[in-house]
Write a protein that binds this ligand. Sequence first.
Ligand code: B12
Ligand code: SF4
Length: 580
Amino acid sequence: MAKTALRREKDIQKNETPSHFQFGAINLSSYEAIIRDRLEKSTLLWESLRPSYVSLTRSTLYNKVLRMIPSGKPFLRRRKKRWLPPEMTTPPVLDLNEAAGPVEPHYALLINPFYPKDANASFGKHVLTPSLALTSFAATTPANWRVEYFDENLLDGRPPFRPMPQVVGITVHLTFARRAYELADWYRARGAKAIFGGLHVLSCPDECAPHADALALGDGVQLWPRILRDVEIGRLQPRYVATYENDYCDDPPPRRSILPRYSFLTTTSLIATRGCHNRCGFCYLATDGLRMPYRMRRPQQVVEEFEADNQPYAVFIDNNLGARRDYLHTLCAALRPLNKIWSAAVTIDVTDDPSLIRNMALAGCTGVFIGFESLSDDNLAEAHKKTPKTSDYARRVRMLHDHGIQVNGSFVLGFDHDRKDVFARTAEWVEENRLECSTFHILTPYPATPLFRQMEAEGRLLHRDWTLYDTGHAVFRPRHMSPEELEHGYAWIYQRLFSHPSIWRRRPEDWQAVPLYLAMSYLYKRSNRFWHLLIRHDLVNPVWKPLVEMTRWRHVRYRRQLAEREKLVASPGQVVSAGV
Ligand code: B12
Ligand code: SF4
């Protein structure tokens, strides 16, 4: 029965209208198997279609039902092995026989270590915008120190060592902790002092300690000048601790001048707030020892940083820019005169306030990154995420689209209420609601979070190889499928969302916006064979720039129309927003 149904579906997708297909009135019995399979497994669509089930027109049948992704589809084919350029998987070699050169006093080298890229997702996301981990505290370097930045992910070979820096500052996340240790060991053996900071240092300090001369636990902006002063006087301590409870307005702007400008779509990673009003059990914000109350910078400080970096597009890397709506309103008012564009991560409840969405659009917001996490209310409740009902998500997405704001949806796969149909259902929902971009993560219990403790207590952790805790691997035993099935479904959903039919199905309704949308999508989603070349030859910014400028131009025109008329009539601008 199922085989016949699939064959019939193939017929229709090939546009071969079966002989007994009647225009208008449909012989439902011949399609019953397909319809039942798809409708029953997609409760969301079932609810919307049930009333018209008996009187389906041909186009409804084609568009809503036959094109729906069958729940078993992810598992029909074997997983394809994907080609990866070696420089995207393997870090540059550190020559152990390399002789030590003289150490240059008062020279600090800041390193973002290499991490292997996931071939399922876009390689482009790694060069959208830089992390602020190093530039934020680089701004506090005393004037008598020279500071340099080196990101191993920009494929310029191994970090510099001639002259040998007096201090090497390394940011450490769990996925690249091993590489950070290798780098630190190498530099220390040749006379440099290695300082570690970042999230992994906070969650696993004892693991990090043997590889570093000092650990910075918490806010580097407060600690870095202290550390350098102690190096100067020869009294470096093994641990430095700072909280995130200070007034955020006192922080200097990040030192973006040390970043290579052509290596990113934009160097303007902005941060206006820290913390989040939620405390989801799987989020890094729930890490033991990390207290990050919601703190905001003055909107004018943010505006000045945006202007000073002289880029048309900025990415807010805040955990949740929308946690305080009154603040976001004020920030939007301050950003509006700039005539620039930006994107930010917010929670979907920003749509509770339609005037806020309008103000975001008027201020240049072209894209939001939304952690929907799951389409199951049970999963969200168990993760302690305060969020509107999932049945209302579609209406809220529509509201953002109506204001020319693209939606990059982030979904976590492998929660305890996820069954094997989660992949097809999620992909179907993303396509049905025309999310321009989406990011998927396999549920990953980060060390020192409530989720980690729960998985550990239930004996469900498979290992502690942090390199694989990159949200692209199943590192725990899911409830309703095997780890292999979870990884298989994850690979399938990316493949599906990066496919030509899926990109086309999610195109904007306004045909004038389609060419730009397609150019952005193809560069971002289907160019993994070329990204390493663009990155290595500093072409990332030159290639993206015309598309960004066109987007900005369209958006400025749209905003003007939006401001003039109370009603929304104009066509939206398009830009790909960052997905992490
Ligand atoms: C920008 C970003 C990216 C960028 C760039 C990443 C990079 N490594 O270069 C891109 C898009 C490429 C990216 C990709 C990914 N990311 Co990301 N990313 C972020 C984001 C949004 C901002 C980072 C940032 O700039 N923070 C602001 C700075 C100022 O804070 P900070 O890093 O904590 O640094 C402060 C201190 O820790 C300290 N400090 C840090 N380093 C050092 C070093 C020294 C020497 C000292 C003294 C102090 C110090 O001082 C700083 C100032 O206080 C964060 C979320 C967030 N808002 O933080 C996620 C986040 C870091 N990413 C995360 C993840 C999971 C990923 C991915 C694995 C996701 C995926 N599947 O693709 C990938 C892989 C990248 C990787 N392996 O690191 C997680 C990490 C979770 C964890 N426990 O490790 C985070 C926290 C998001 C989340 N909510 O879960 N990401
Ligand atoms: S809403 Fe997002 S940033 Fe806030 S706690 Fe939950 S996962 Fe973390």
